[in-house]
Design a binder for this molecule. Structure first.
Ligand code: NDP
Length: 248
């Protein structure tokens, strides 16, 4: 544990598993109070108890961030319970890989709604509070697929490329409000992300590819988030790209 983030309040979306859960634990271990956002309440309650058992402060905010009103409420919860919002980690996401040809376009809408619009809604809700407080930090979890693409990643890459564009414009806009913006672009991380792929051939192929490598752990990405948010205020870590050593 460290107290480098003592007094800070962090909202973490997608905290019910994988990178989001690891990030919430890491931020709490550095002294931040955390608001845990996702749809699966049981998972969030377990995580909140874990944070509280080590002396930390956690609040559960069950929300589908594809719904603008629900997304906004997660930020308002942070302000009503803990009095402020210093860090927003936009991590919730879906990776519904598959070819464009013959795609189930529902997959595209889900990815744009969660990966891109959901992140924009929470950001929109957080900025006024951060401005009033005199600063803040928005960390957006993109992907290597936010800067490169492959035949089955077009829809996912579209959503993550959008995160990159939004983040860069946002960075330039809000820096004078002392709000920092960081984009993190992980390569393959061992999480539940692949479970939801609906295109079966792509799912099998992707899972086979993971078998050929030692993927990153969620904690590796959590460490990158902690690095970005614990830098001196003059330092704006714009972008971090992290691949497993085994990933070409
Ligand atoms: P997981 O599937 O383990 O976690 C995804 C999280 O997002 C869950 O907590 C899930 O919670 C939440 N989520 C999904 N939809 C919604 C929604 N509509 N509203 C609120 N929360 C939602 O995968 P990861 O931890 O791997 O993914 C986290 C992020 O990292 C994603 O943005 C992903 O694109 C990105 N990433 C992951 C990589 C990897 O290889 N694993 C590589 C590069 C980027 P719930 O279902 O309870 O709502």
């Amino acid at each position: 544990r460290s107290d480098g983030l003592a007094g800070k309040v962090a909202v973490v979306t997608g905290a019910s598993s994988g990178i989001g859960a690891a990030t919430a634990l890491a931020l709490a271990a550095h002294g931040a109070s955390v608001v845990l956002v996702a749809r699966r309440e049981d998972r969030l309650q377990d995580l909140a108890r874990q944070v509280q058992s080590t002396g930390g402060h956690a609040e559960v905010a069950v929300a589908d961030i594809a719904d603008e009103a629900q997304a906004r409420l997660t930020v308002e919860r942070a302000v009503s319970v803990f009095g402020r919002v210093d860090i927003l980690v936009n991590n919730a996401g879906l990776m519904l890989l598959g070819p464009v040809t013959g795609a189930d376009t529902t997959d595209w809408r889900r990815m744009i709604d969660v990966n891109l619009l959901g992140l924009m809604y929470t950001t929109h809700a957080a900025i006024p509070h951060m401005r009033t407080q005199g600063g803040g930090h928005i960390v957006n979890i993109s992907s290597v697929s936010g800067r490169g693409a492959s035949p089955t990643s077009a829809g996912y890459s579209a959503s993550k490329w959008g995160v990159g564009g939004f983040s860069e414009g946002l960075r330039q806009e809000v820096r004078l409000d002392r709000i920092r913006v960081t984009v993190i672009e992980p390569g393959v991380v061992a999480t539940e992300l692949t479970d939801h792929i609906t295109h079966q051939d792509t799912k099998v192929a992707y899972e086979g590819r993971i078998q050929t490598m030692i993927p990153l752990e969620s904690e590796d990405i959590a460490a990158a988030v902690v690095y970005a948010v614990t830098q001196p205020e003059r330092v704006n870590v714009n972008e971090i790209l992290i691949r497993p050593l085994d990933q070409g």
